[in-house]
Design a protein around this ligand. Sequence first.
Ligand code: GLA
Length: 727
Amino acid sequence: MAIHYQREKRIFTLQTEHTTYQMKVDDFGFLLHLYYGGSISGDMDYLLTYYDRGFSGNPADVGDNRTYSMDVLPQEYPVSGVGDYRNSALVIHNVDGSDCCDLRYVSCEIKEGKYGLPGLPAVYAEKEEAQTLEITLEDGVNGVQVRLLYGVLEKEDIITRSAVIVNCGKEEIVVEKAASSCLDFLTGEYDLLSFYGRHAMERNLQRAEIGHGSYAIGSRRGTSSHQYNPAVILAEKGATENAGSCYGMVFVYSGSFLFEAEKDQYEQTRAIMGLQSEYFHYPLREGEKLVVPETILAYSENGLTALSQKFHRCIREHICRGKYSRQSRPILLNSWEAAYFNFNGATILKLAKSAAELGIDMVVMDDGWFGKRDDDNSGLGDWHVNEEKLGCTLGELIRGVNAAGVRFGIWIEPEMVSENSDLYREHPDWAMQIPGRKPVRGRNQLMLDFSREDVRKLIFERICGILDQGNIEYIKWDMNRSIAEVYSAVNYPGKVTYDYMLGVYDFLEKLLARYPDLFIEGCSGGGGRFDAGMMYYTPQIWCSDNTDAVDRLRIQYGTSFFYPVSTVGSHVSASPNHQTGRSTSLHTRGVVAMAGTFGYELATDSLSEEEKEEIKIQIVQYKKYEELIQNGNYYRLSNPFHDACAAWMFASEDKKRALLNVVLLENHGNMTITYVKLKGLASDALYEDAETGERYYGSALMEGGLPMPAEKVEYPAYQKEFRMVTA
Ligand code: GLA
């Protein structure tokens, strides 16, 4: 049993293989947090202390006891208006104008299996793999009920949290802020690891001390964003990849979010993950409810690598769905960097033929095949094949590609409309615009109001109309701007960002129901919506529009803290690189792209014979390592932001096979030697370098490391397979 409830003491204990989470309903009905961390035995309520604290008020129930204050006690779901002056998880605006919600314990229920969330992505599990705890709290005055949901995946060391806000009162309330998780720490000095970035340079790691005051990251863009990823780590001071306590919080949501970390006056730390409160005013009438997207929580007492591996497993096996979640992915050749908008059917066929020759599985026709779309200023919304441009029907093209022995995929961007499109001319009110104001354009396009069912319905029909024209096995679902006008012609503006996201999820769910074998890769100008929410529908996401191998080392390093390699869309592109102008060898580009789902994004039909031969070998190599890369344990061996090399490896669960990958970043006169220490091997086992036959003990490779060659080339890459052998 992962969940225990001690009825007399009203203590809840959630137990996973290596962690314990505990909370208690106290004499006044408040739900207090007691502990989250490494496994412990016994009750942790002895940690609660009570002292008379100046300017920290006391609830009326406690009478003249001045030692009891919500401003000091650790809580499960802090609310506004009850004397806790720290950040709240929930802010309710009442009909009388007050912002107050005083939640007290009502009941609990323990169920087998993992809860699901209507309309939202969430961790899933078999009935015997998980348990659910539902705790109901209620405000006796406004009638608001909050159902706190806890999912416990014991074996995976994962706890999930969500909250359902229900208006059981008579009057309308407005939810002004809602989070799904709060972690209150009584002790500890923490660093916050967050992942910031920009278009084409996503998920850079920032590590900064959580000091006094409140520090927030988030997105107001209607997407999880390139700028801040909705996933953070609180690491004990000094925690490293291999040692120290750290907590991870991953929000399973793709829209605007808010994370807040705060150290309070008593050196206690609070971390809250939830919906963005700006542009959000969600009214609930009697009987209506709001489901807050869930947060996945994990704890590691052995540093960051172990924490990342828990998230990798959870996302790969309990978020990603469909036949492709665990199956081998097609190696793609995408037309974008090969031809941009400048192609016709013959171009795609030529790419398909060269793909077949090289051993590539699928060709993807990117942007530019529909409506009037010869650049990115027009045509979005007009989901009709431009047969004139292609010089054939889509069906003919697909049959040609398949006849060449290659599968076919296509790019779409359903959430958008160009002002220069028939769709916009017919339905200008479908675009998100504030009446009387000129729109903010992004990439010269507007957002369609996906909070509206009628809008989604027509786009759905049009997209199905395309998918039904032939054997389309893959789509790249793109989204190329941020929401600026949080407005809808028919929906209340305060509901728009959330309802929009639910609309996108609804569309994707319906699409997958109609085409269960369709493989969808997510994309938002690369990694602008790279989150666990999208991964529920799109088990692979284009990681960044930046395909430069050296920049990708950093982008993929940041991404690796939470997201498994199987979700990371990564391609070999041309050199010099189109985004940076940097030149790297084909080998280096291949090694870097193999830290993802692997594919190509260049004009394979105009490569030299030598390059073609190299690519053929690269593909054979990748297929040999694929299982290890996609499902093995991932280890970061260096920090490419600081170290002279980027190094990472994959090791099989049984430690019998491992693949080391290194790219050297520095080159100077009379160069120093870089030693890379491996991880995840069996210390006393003997390993053989699959290429050279040289043998080393696991302990030697992990403690002494391997010297990398000092070659006179820029950004050389090395890939070495090790196999366990008997002496
Ligand atoms: C976005 C994507 C690219 C490409 C273009 C097409 O930028 O991230 O990969 O599909 O759109 O317009």
